[in-house]
Design a protein. Structure first.
Length: 296
C-alpha cells in the first residue's frame, strides 16, 4: 500500500498491510512499491474536492499518469482505476446514467467530475500497450469507516440538524461494502478498457434526508429550496468558501439540481455482483460508526 508520510492510517490499524511511503505526484517514489506486483488498485484522489479544489485535477490526471507509467515499467498485468459516476456527466431527463455516457458539462461547472473524466482518458491511453485497464465508477459511497467525512458528511450534518431542507434532484447511493466487492470483482472479471458503475439505490434528495433524519432522530425535512435560488446561493458559497470552511461548495450545490440516477446492470451481470445493500443500512451503519468513534 502506497501512502504519503502525512497520511492517517487509522482505518488500516490491525490489518496485515505492508506500507510504502510515497506520493503519486512523485514518480520516483513509485518504483519500489510496484516491484513484483501483478495487480494495482489506483484509488488515490482528492475526493474532498470542495476543501482543496486546486489539487483535484493535478491529482487525478498527473497522478494517474504516474501510476500507469510506473505499472508499465514494472510489468504489472492489470490496473483497476477508481473513477466516479461524476465522470459520466449528467443524464437527460428521465434517463439513467450508464457506462456509455461521457462527461457533458462545462469543466468549470463540476471540476471534480471533469478531472475524473480526464483521469480515465489518461489511463485508457495505455490500455493497448500491454497493460490491462479496468475502470470502476462508484456513486455516492456511504457506510462505516469514512473518517475523513467525504460522502459521510451528509450523515454527520443531518445529525447536527442540517437535514431540515432539500431541493429538486437526486443521487445514487451505494454501501461501502458493495464498492469493495465491486473492486475485487473488477480485478477478477472486468474487461480491459471497460467501465463498471458501482451503484446502489436511486433516491431523491428528499428521500435521502428523510431517511437520515429518521436515523439520527431529527425532525423530517420541511423546507424545500426553490431551484431558482440554487445558482445565487452557489455563487455565495464560492465566495465565502475562500475564507470560511463550508460543508459544501458551489459546484456541489449546482449539481444537486440533477437527477444522477444510475443503471448498475452491467456491473451486476459482468462482474457477478449481488444486489446492493439498501441505503438505510448504509446510513445506519455510518451513523453508528460516527457515534462509536466520537464524531457525534
Amino acid at each position: 500500500m502506497l501512502h504519503r508520510r502525512s497520511s492517517s492510517l487509522r482505518a488500516l490499524q490491525g490489518l496485515p498491510v505492508e506500507g510504502f511511503v510515497g506520493d503519486i505526484l512523485n514518480a520516483d517514489t513509485l518504483v519500489q512499491p510496484f516491484q513484483n506486483v501483478d495487480l494495482v488498485f489506483h484509488a488515490a484522489a482528492q475526493s474532498a474536492y470542495w476543501r482543496q479544489p486546486e489539487l483535484v485535477r493535478q491529482t487525478a490526471v498527473a497522478g494517474t499518469a504516474n501510476i500507469i507509467k510506473a505499472a508499465l515499467d514494472a510489468g504489472v498485468r492489470r490496473v483497476v482505476l477508481t473513477s466516479s459516476v461524476a465522470a459520466l456527466g449528467a443524464p437527460n431527463q428521465d434517463e439513467l446514467l450508464t457506462e456509455e455516457h461521457s462527461y457533458n458539462l462545462p469543466p468549470e461547472r463540476f471540476p471534480y467530475g471533469y478531472a475524473k473524466y480526464e483521469s480515465e482518458l489518461e489511463a485508457l491511453k495505455y490500455a493497448d500497450r500491454g497493460l490491462e485497464i479496468v475502470i470502476v465508477n462508484p456513486s455516492v459511497v456511504i457506510g462505516p469507516g469514512d473518517l475523513n467525512q467525504i460522502s459521510g458528511a451528509m450523515v454527520v450534518e443531518a445529525a447536527r440538524g442540517w437535514g431540515f431542507f432539500w431541493m429538486e434532484g437526486g443521487i445514487n447511493v451505494v454501501h461501502i461494502d458493495d464498492v469493495v466487492a465491486g473492486h475485487l470483482a473488477a480485478a477478477r472479471y472486468g474487461r480491459s478498457g471497460e467501465r463498471y458503475i458501482l451503484g446502489g439505490e436511486n433516491l431523491s434528495h428528499h428521500q435521502v434526508f428523510r431517511t437520515l433524519t429518521e436515523i439520527v432522530g431529527r425532525r423530517a425535512p420541511w423546507l424545500k429550496i426553490p431551484t431558482r435560488v440554487i445558482e445565487p446561493t452557489a455563487w455565495l458559497c464560492d465566495v465565502l468558501g475562500k475564507w470560511l470552511p463550508l460543508p459544501f461548495n458551489g459546484a456541489q450545490l449546482r449539481m444537486t439540481r440533477e437527477y444522477l440516477y444510475c443503471d448498475k446492470s452491467k456491473s451486476i451481470n459482468e462482474l457477478n455482483l449481488s444486489n446492493p445493500k439498501p441505503f438505510r443500512q448504509a446510513a445506519q451503519e455510518a451513523y453508528d460508526w460516527y457515534r462509536q468513534h466520537g464524531y457525534l
